[in-house]
Design a protein around this ligand. Structure first.
Ligand SMILES: [Zn+2]
Length: 258
């Protein structure tokens, strides 16, 4: 890191080198984080446990992790049993849910009163397919969550400063979202720019999550080469960040979690 004194509004950089959102750190027993540019982030362990990953496909399938999930062990779901999907939800304590991202937006969900956590991989396709809204709907159906239960964090993603999209993307959003023109805007160079954070904030609020329970980190993965991999900057050849969320006993959470 070039500037160890840098302040990150709403976020903290842990001594172990991952970001957390201050707004989500107030709940004992709940952990979350976003790695920086580290090799082998996929091998990270949280509180001594391997997280559960999916085979991500830029879709909107949400996988609920149950105690009896196939292949689920204290070490997570084994690689060959990974199922396709782009979001995870669970009420099982000790299960760490994780996704890999490099420009797409990681969205983490905590329902502290109900003991449920979730995570979603929201690029433009997932956002347009309402993956955050669908995760909330599944939480309601399966765990009786209401949107007011949720505290949501939006991690590092490519910002509108660096994310040109084609007119077909704007058209796809305009068909389904009346406010699409608020977050797909014309830049000075004449290109259209998508703001993934704003699009997802808007989707979350429309789904009923109180605005003051939504916390964006607002760091652009493309601009911040000092912190993050960026699929666009590196032509898809670079690494990936990992975002995670889970519930673990407070006695464990208070110790070093990585
Ligand atoms: Zn940028």
């Amino acid at each position: 890191m070039k500037n160890p004194q840098e302040i990150f509004p709403g976020a903290e950089l842990s001594p172990a080198g991952f970001f957390t959102l201050t707004g989500l750190s107030r709940f004992p027993g709940f952990v979350h984080g976003f790695t920086r540019k580290v090799p082998d982030a996929g091998k990270l362990q949280v509180a001594g446990r391997k997280p559960v990953f999916l085979h991500q496909v830029h879709g909107h399938r949400i996988v609920a992790v149950e105690k009896s999930a196939a292949g689920l062990s204290p070490e997570g779901i084994t690689e060959d049993k990974r199922v396709p999907g782009d979001a995870l939800i669970t009420d099982v304590p000790g299960v760490i849910l994780a996704i890999r991202v490099a420009d797409c937006l990681p969205v983490v969900f905590l329902a502290p009163e109900k003991g449920v956590v979730g995570i979603a991989h929201a690029g433009w396709r997932g956002t347009q397919a309402r993956i955050a809204e669908k995760l909330i709907a599944l939480g309601r159906e399966r765990y009786r969550l209401v949107p007011e239960d949720l505290w949501v964090g939006l991690g590092p993603a490519i910002g509108p400063c660096c994310y040109p999209v084609g007119p077909e993307v704007r058209e796809a959003f305009r068909v389904d979202f009346s406010d699409a023109d608020d977050y797909i805007t014309l830049a000075l160079d004449g290109s259209l720019r998508l703001d993934l954070i704003q699009a997802n904030q808007s989707q979350l609020r429309a789904a009923g999550v109180p605005a003051d329970q939504i916390f964006p980190i607002s760091l652009c993965t493309f601009c911040r080469d000092d912190h993050f991999y960026s699929a666009r900057r590196e032509g898809g050849k670079g690494g990936r960040q990992v975002a995670w969320v889970g519930m673990i006993p407070v006695s464990v959470a208070e110790k070093k979690i990585l």
